[in-house]
Each structure stands twice: as C-alpha cells, then as structure tokens.
Design a binder for this molecule. Sequence first.
Ligand SMILES: [Zn+2]
Length: 200
Amino acid sequence: MYKKITPSITLVVACLAVSAVADLVQVRTVGNVDAELTKRVLALLSVEFFTEVKATPLILKDDQSVAAIPGLVAAAGAKSGDVSLVLYAGAAARDVTALFAGGAVLDVPALRDMVKSADAEAQARCVEKESVRLVAVSLGLSDCPNPQCALHKDRSVEQLLNKGRNPCPPCQRILHRILEVRGVSTKRDPPPELKEKLKK
Ligand SMILES: [Zn+2]
C-alpha cells in the first residue's frame, strides 16, 4: 500500500516545487512597452535566472502613478520572495529605475532617452542590462564594483553603454547559490545533440 501511494505523493511535491519556482521572476508591463524588446528581456532573464520568465500586463488607472505599482503587483498575487520587474511606459516616472520590496520599476522610454546618443540596438541592450541588474538586486545581490558586470550600478551613460548584459563570474556564483536555495536548478543538461557530440 505504501509503495502504491509513494509515486503520487512524489508527483504532487514535484508539481508544487515547479509552480513555486515558475513564479520566482515575473515581468509586468505598464503602458505600450515595445513588444520585441519585451521578448528580448524575457529571453535574457529566462537564461540568466534559469526559470521561464513570462510577461503579463499591469493596468494602471488614469489617476494612479508609479507609486501605485508595488500595491498592484501584490494585489496581482505576487508571493513574498517573488521578484517582479515592471517594464514601464506610462507617464514619465520620477526615476529611470526604482526598487521596491518585491521588485523594481524600469522606465523604458526614459532609459532609451537617457542613452539617446546611442543607436537603437545599443539602447535595447541597455534595457536588457538594467533588467538583469534590477532582478538580481531584487533577489538579494549587491551592486558589483566590476564595471563590465551587469550588476554594476552605473554612474554615467558611458558606463551603462560599456558594461555587459551578464553578471561577472563572482556575481554568477552568488546568484546561482541564491537560485538553488530557492529551488531553481542552475545545472542544466546540455541538449541531446550536444551530448552526442561530446561522446565522440
Ligand atoms: Zn559582478
């Protein structure tokens, strides 16, 4: 009897673990955020944070400002410890980026405007870099002194343009430890075709 019920209990536990992890990092969009850019951010975050990141719109009423976002994120069902990156394209926010308990707001048009000297591709990369930084900091990482690291908090537009989209190796090690504690496996199997090649 015990043996018979064991697999179903394992399955339930496995499902619970997956659903908890699935919500760990979420993207919310406010206003008309560039769809292609949102897709790029989702793809990058999914790779860096080893979890499928999806985007859902967050509706701000006309009389609600950026200050209403943390309350709306919580009301939308974000659990304690989850991180929501809000890609914002509403009326100009006071700051280009802002952290709140449970996530961060990135004013996308304001960031692009800040780096308007750069071409559209470099601007898009800046949005990706800041998305990675904001999610990582929201998960508990600190700003990194390495100017090449995505987690470097830039003091100038030039620094932002010059840094990378990925965390540096020491930041990656800390990030992976945090993710493992949260139940996210950071040890991915290589795709089967690559495995075959590695055997040869
Ligand atoms: Zn770093």
